[in-house]
Design a protein around this ligand. Structure first.
Ligand SMILES: [Zn+2]
Length: 80
């Protein structure tokens, strides 16, 4: 008898919750000098992973938009 693997549905996507995606507790994400946020332009002490000034919530929102756009593009590609 051969073991047959049943295809399982992928686990459901975790719900995106603003403020809970990125972990910027590391001191490398903090600067004493506020610079304009790359997303909203308001002064930010926090730095993203590329050391560019960015608010954590702004970076997370941008990531969420990027993910949604990538998902939409993927779905669009799948139907053609
Ligand atoms: Zn911002």
């Amino acid at each position: 008898m051969t073991a047959r693997r049943r295809r399982r549905d992928p686990p459901p996507e975790p719900e995106y919750t603003p403020g809970q995606l990125l972990d910027w507790r590391d001191s490398s994400h903090w600067s004493d000098r506020p610079l304009p946020c790359r997303y909203c332009g308001f002064p930010a002490h926090t730095r993203d992973s590329r050391m560019k000034p960015a608010h954590k919530v702004c970076a997370e929102e941008a990531l969420a938009i990027q993910a949604a756009e990538a998902e939409a593009a993927y779905r669009l590609k799948g139907t053609t």
